[in-house]
Each structure stands twice: as structure tokens, then as C-alpha cells.
Design a protein. Structure first.
Length: 423
């Protein structure tokens, strides 16, 4: 089969692109270097806008059947668990007012098992670069499988091959990648009874994030310094210090200690590609963008990429001819870039409020949090932005309200719901 689309990467973003593009009747080939899907702590908090997308694709019931955990609140709390800022999603506009906390592996399986008939996955195929037509347009990929280098041509290539994307590099698309001055250590904690919310604790060590997962489990992220886990670490003593720093999570102590050997240490990056598309190629997921995990936007943006790309191709009749594909790619860039830039700003600002551990950033973060928590209008805007259901950037004047430099006379006037952005 000669495909209409080659997708590099079978993470959630790549599989979502295969699902959305295959539904247009296009023949889609997904190539992934792994021979079996890898397990990793990521992409588990699905915002309401992503729930809408999954529902529109007919996948929501299948994901719920895996035990995906619905929660209706995202709360920032102090180390003792007292609320600092709470976002209640029940007041969101529209029909989707809950987060789903789901296993990333379950999300991938649901996407894989329900791919359209014209889409297939080839595992153990490592994409190494792009192929170009005589006019310089990208028209396929090189990959290595079974020890041999191979080529495959297609009118559209989708690079969903991660932050270090060989396809992005081969296409000559520049990227700005910045590492945060801290990392995160993630634990999959079994036998955990936690609140029905996504809880972000603002502590002296920075962020501690807890949320429920299927099967009576929870995910716990703790902020760490770059060298905190270098060399030999006494994990029991480290856990004792964490529980002392965050008294609110002490009830998880025994279950957390039992999970210490299943930890994952993660570097944390911001990433923004200079372009989302060039003739013949689109970027999706972490090949194009990455934000701090605290804001819970990464996999949500990846599924948004897939939905928007498919809508732009559908507007061109879903035709795989290169000219129609390239018009769709221009539309994809124009439609998606403002949304992604907004998500990056919201995510960075939200993460700084919680992860800063000293100096002016910590003081400003605390001030902005207090002022936002006391302003129902700003709380509504923040919930709409993070959930993806009512996206409206805060204005420069709103920032002054958050800093307490101006008094907001409309603080108790709820924002008038705007029409959600659609591709």
C-alpha cells in the first residue's frame, strides 16, 4: 500500500493524527521506533476540551471503560492542604466540565484499537530523515527497519516524533528549547485514597502534584533539584523529607514508600518550533511544542493538533494531492499557532506561581495567586483557559489586577462565555 500520509511516532499525538486523518478516508501509515509501546508517566490529565475531542471521535466510552477517573476540580494548596486557589470546572460553559485522569497507556490502546481501516502501525521502524521531491517539497521519509534503511513516499508527512524530532531537523525547522531549573520525579502509587481533584501543593521545595488514576492508584510528582537524584540516594530518607515538607500527603506515606523503586526521573522543558508546517510536512505534539507538566496541557495540545490538521484537510476535500495538502498546511499553521502560543504562556505563568522556590518569582507567584483566588472573574477566565473550553487570553490590565496594582471593579461579574475555539 502506498500511503497518503506517513506519521512518525505512535505516541498519543501520532495516533490521534492517524485516527483523525484516517477518518477522512486517507491511507495512513504510522512508523514507530519502539517494538512495543513504552510505559511513561505523562499525558494522564485530559482536560474537558480533550474529552470533547475523544467523544467526537467515538472513543470516550472506551476510555471510560478502562477506569479513567473523572474529577471536577483543580486546586492549588499549601503544604498542609489548605486551599490557595481552586478552579471548579462545574461552572464551565458547554457539556464537558470534568477532567479525566487516565493511564497514558490506556489512551494509546484506545486510539490504536479504534484506528480507521485505512490506518496501520509498523513497529520497530526508526524514522531518520525526510525525502524531498525535485522541487524541494517534502514527499516522504527514510527509516530503518529490520536492520535495513528504507524509503517511503507520501503526499503528507506528520512529524510526531518527539522533542528531538529527526524530521523537524531534516525539514530545517528551528526550535527554541529551554530546560527549567528543576526536574520532577514521578511515582505510580498503588492503594492510594486521594481527593477527587488534581491537587498541586505549593511547598518550600516547589511543586508536589497528586491526582487519582484508575485501579485505586494515584500519580505523585515531586519537584527536585537537578542533582537531587545523582549518585546513590537513600530513598527512605528522601521520602521522609518529602512527607515532612508536605504534611498533606502524609496519609500516602506507606503506599509511597512501597512505590519508590518504580520512580521515573523527568527533565522538564519548554519547547516552541519556529513553524508548524512546511510544504509536505506538519509537526504535531512534542515535535512542535512542550510545556511544563504542572499545567496539564501537553497531550491535550497534541490531540488538538490532530483535530485541527484533519479539519484543514477536510476543508480541501480531504484530497491527498500535494497542492491541496500544502494549502491545508498553511491553514493549519494559521489556525493552530495562536492557540499553542496562548497555551505556552498560560502554562509557563501557572508553573512559575508554584515551582519558584526563592526570590522575587516566589513572592510574585504568591501575590498573583492570592489576587486571582479572590477574583471570581479571573478564576473563571483561568478555568476556561486551562480546560480549553473557553479560551481567552488575560489582558495586560488583567495582569495588573493579578498583581494588585489595580482594583478590578468587575471582579464579581462572571465572564460572559465566548464560543470555544474550533478548528
Amino acid at each position: 500500500m502506498t500511503p497518503d500520509v506517513v506519521v512518525a511516532g505512535a505516541g498519543a499525538g501520532g495516533l490521534a493524527c492517524a485516527r483523525a486523518l484516517g477518518a477522512l478516508g486517507l491511507r495512513v501509515l504510522v512508523l514507530d521506533r519502539q517494538r512495543t509501546p513504552a510505559s511513561i508517566a505523562k499525558g494522564e490529565i485530559l482536560q474537558p476540551e480533550t474529552v470533547r475531542i475523544l467523544d467526537s471521535w467515538g472513543l470516550l466510552d472506551a476510555l471510560r471503560a478502562t477506569g479513567a477517573h473523572p474529577v471536577g476540580r483543580l486546586a492549588i494548596r499549601d503544604p498542609a492542604g489548605e486551599p490557595l486557589l481552586c478552579l471548579d470546572y462545574a461552572g464551565l460553559p458547554g457539556a464537558y466540565r470534568q477532567i479525566l485522569c487516565a493511564d497514558y497507556g490506556d489512551l494509546r490502546r484506545v486510539l490504536t484499537d479504534r484506528l480507521p481501516s485505512g490506518a496501520r502501525i509498523r513497529w520497530g521502524a526508526r524514522v531518520t530523515g525526510v525525502l524531498r521531491d525535485s522541487d524541494g517539497r517534502i514527499g516522504g521519509v527514510r527509516f530503518v527497519a529490520d536492520g535495513a534503511e528504507q524509503e517511503i513516499h507520501a503526499p503528507l508527512v506528520v512529524a510526531a516524533d518527539g522533542m528531538s524530532s529527526p524530521l523537524r531537523r531534516g525539514a530545517g525547522i528551528a526550535v527554541r528549547r529551554q530546560e527549567y531549573p528543576h526536574g520532577l520525579v514521578a511515582f505510580d502509587v498503588a492503594g492510594a485514597d486521594v481527593a477527587e481533584e488534581v491537587s498541586a501543593y505549593r511547598t518550600g521545595r516547589g511543586l508536589c502534584l497528586v491526582y487519582p488514576l484508575p485501579g485505586g492508584r494515584c500519580r505523585l510528582y515531586a519537584q527536585v533539584t537537578p542533582d537531587e537524584f545523582r549518585g546513590r540516594v537513600d530513598l527512605g530518607a528522601w521520602c521522609d523529607r518529602l512527607l515532612a515538607d508536605v504534611p498533606a500527603i502524609r496519609p500516602l506515606g506507606a503506599a509511597l514508600r512501597a512505590s519508590l523503586d518504580r520512580r521515573q526521573l523527568l527533565a522538564v522543558y519548554r519547547l516552541r518550533s519556529a513553524r508548524l508546517a512546511v510544504p509536505g510536512l506538519a509537526l504535531a505534539g512534542e515535535a512542535a511544542h512542550a510545556v511544563h507538566p504542572m499545567a496539564a496541557q501537553g497531550v491535550n495540545s497534541s490531540l488538538g493538533d490532530a483535530e485541527t490538521l484533519a479539519a484543514c484537510l477536510a476543508a480541501e476535500g480531504g484530497a491527498p494531492e500535494p497542492a491541496a495538502v500544502d494549502r491545508a498546511l498553511l491553514a493549519f499553521e494559521a489556525a493552530r499557532r495562536p492557540r499553542l502560543d496562548h497555551v505556552a504562556t498560560v502554562s509557563h505563568n501557572a508553573s512559575r506561581m508554584i515551582t519558584a522556590v526563592s526570590g522575587l518569582p516566589k513572592l510574585l507567584g504568591a501575590r498573583m495567586m492570592r489576587r486571582t483566588a479572590a477574583n471570581p472573574r479571573l478564576l473563571g477566565l483561568t478555568a476556561g483557559n486551562l480546560s480549553g473550553t473557553d479560551v481567552r487570553p488575560l489582558s495586560a490590565v488583567d495582569r495588573l489586577y493579578q498583581l494588585g496594582l489595580l482594583a478590578d471593579r468587575r471582579a464579581h461579574t462572571p465572564p460572559v462565555p465566548s464560543e470555544s475555539e474550533r478548528p
